[in-house]
Design a protein around this ligand. Structure first.
Ligand code: ADP
Ligand code: MG
Length: 359
């Protein structure tokens, strides 16, 4: 378990990559052999090792991107640089083409409209190159805004939202309506084809009320029927799923969007689950980006939960990653949704940007 100190694919090198170098070279000019790339395409674990060497530099680069969002790529990089990046993506495009990726997007990472538009464009790009994307979303901040507008007090118990009847009505209206349709609209505007759904549609997510926790209409997922999502995704549509489920009586239940995304990824036998959030990944110290874990296995992740390092909203994220891996999903990632193009960087470049949890 190491934070940001992974060696360069086979050769120890922890230095950062100068801008001028091509994307598949580390600062010591170790070139990743094309043979390694082709093997990497077939074997995710090898691909991951190749990616680890340059994560340190991406971490630094990502800080720079955040500081300077207005960078003009055309001026900063030559046409050659830009097509080189495109070319570097080829093995990843080949590997993911026709595969399904489930992406969870929500909460704080969804607040900034410009970033939201950027995430959606990246998603449309992935769909355009034949990757089946399924988007699952929450929307806590927007729910709070509407509860406030309607004069309903937002209540929490042990960090969990207490969802009484009136609150559940607002949750369903806001997630299934406002938030869901705003994402659908953005995808359509970016040239994609989105279908907005919630867990109730076609019985996608069934749940049972967590009565023992006494937090109202909050559900534990009992089953997922992903057949509609599969049909839509394979036909080129991007399903956008709000994390509202129904119990056997039809009662609407609020379900955690991370868990919903994880269960959907498992039901779809997705290639990857990507959880986009408002932190750079799993951190040992929440205030220090340099303590980010590049990769964790299941045992290490559980230890961090037991130690209390992983807490609050990060717990359902790592739990659903673990469950997904046990059910056959190849890789799970927790990445920073506030970082422009984090989705593409995670999927289509040699570098990764967040924390990968592996089996
Ligand atoms: P989302 O809206 O994306 O689901 P959450 O607030 O539910 O986000 O969960 C992410 C939060 O988890 C972070 O903002 C952070 O405060 C918290 N967190 C708890 N433990 C950790 C950790 N070890 N590393 C990073 N974030 C953590
Ligand atoms: Mg959360």
């Amino acid at each position: 378990m190491q934070a940001n100190t992974r060696p360069c694919s086979g050769k120890a090198c922890h230095q950062s990559v100068p801008k001028a170098l091509s994307a598949n070279q580390c600062s010591s000019q170790h070139t990743l052999q094309s043979e390694q790339f082709s093997r990497a395409c077939r074997r995710p674990s090898v691909l991951r090792k190749a990616k680890q060497g340059r994560r340190q530099s991406v971490l630094q680069a990502s800080g720079a991107v955040l500081e300077d969002k207005g960078v003009d790529l055309r001026r900063e990089f030559s046409a050659f640089d830009r097509v080189s990046v495109l070319s570097e993506a080829l093995p990843y495009l080949q590997r993911f083409r026709g595969k399904t990726i489930v992406i969870k997007y929500g909460g704080a990472a969804m607040k900034d409209p410009t970033l939201k538009e950027g995430v959606v464009k990246d998603l449309v790009l992935l769909s355009c190159v034949g990757i089946n994307c399924v988007l699952v979303h929450g929307g806590g901040p927007e729910i709070n805004i509407w509860l406030n507008k309607l004069g309903i007090e937002a209540q929490f118990k042990n960090g969990l939202r207490v969802t009484d009847g009136p609150t559940m009505d607002v949750v369903e209206m806001v997630l299934g309506g406002r938030v869901n349709k705003s994402l659908v609209t953005l995808i359509q505007q970016a040239g994609g084809m989105a279908v907005g759904l919630c867990g109730k549609d076609s019985g996608i997510i069934r749940a049972r009320q967590m009565v023992e926790k006494e937090i109202g209409f909050v559900g534990d997922i009992t089953s997922v029927d992903a057949s509609l999502l599969k049909t839509l995704a394979e036909d080129g549509y991007t399903p956008v799923v709000a994390s509202v489920a129904a119990d056997h009586t039809g009662q609407a239940l609020n379900v955690n969007a991370d868990i919903a995304a994880g269960e959907i990824a498992a039901a779809l036998q997705a290639e990857q689950l990507i959880l986009m959030t408002d932190v750079p990944g799993v951190l040992r110290d929440k205030n220090d980006i340099s303590t980010k874990f590049v990769e964790l296995d299941i045992r290490e992740t559980r230890e961090l939960v037991d130690e209390g390092v992983i807490a609050g909203g990060m717990i359902p994220k790592v739990e659903c990653c673990i469950r997904c891996l046990a059910q056959g999903v190849n890789a799970t990632h927790i990445i920073d949704g506030r970082l422009p193009h984090s989705l593409l960087m995670e999927l289509l470049t040699d570098e990764g940007v967040g924390t990968m949890i592996t089996g």
